[in-house]
Design a protein around this ligand. Structure first.
Ligand SMILES: [Zn+2]
Ligand SMILES: [Zn+2]
Length: 74
């Protein structure tokens, strides 16, 4: 079970953030192009960041929710 650092665990357990957790995978991971070695990385691609900028929102900085984005037992 992996929880992005910026998602409150209680909210995830309440099932209210499930869509957002799903969404918070970077594009390569969504397409199955995972890192061979677990490598912490954000989910936001350059398009996401530019979209947020265009909408006047803060740049997305959350970590990718994919298992390959965690260092496991680190
Ligand atoms: Zn990823
Ligand atoms: Zn991945």
């Amino acid at each position: 079970m992996t929880t992005p650092a910026d998602e409150p665990k209680a909210a995830v357990e309440a099932g209210q953030r499930r869509v957002i957790v799903c969404y918070a995978w970077c594009e390569p991971c969504q397409w199955g192009q995972c890192y061979d070695k677990p490598t912490p990385h954000g989910w936001a691609g350059s398009e996401d960041i530019e979209h947020a900028r265009a909408m006047g929102q803060p740049e997305p900085t959350g970590n990718c929710a994919c298992p390959c984005a965690t260092t496991g037992d680190a």
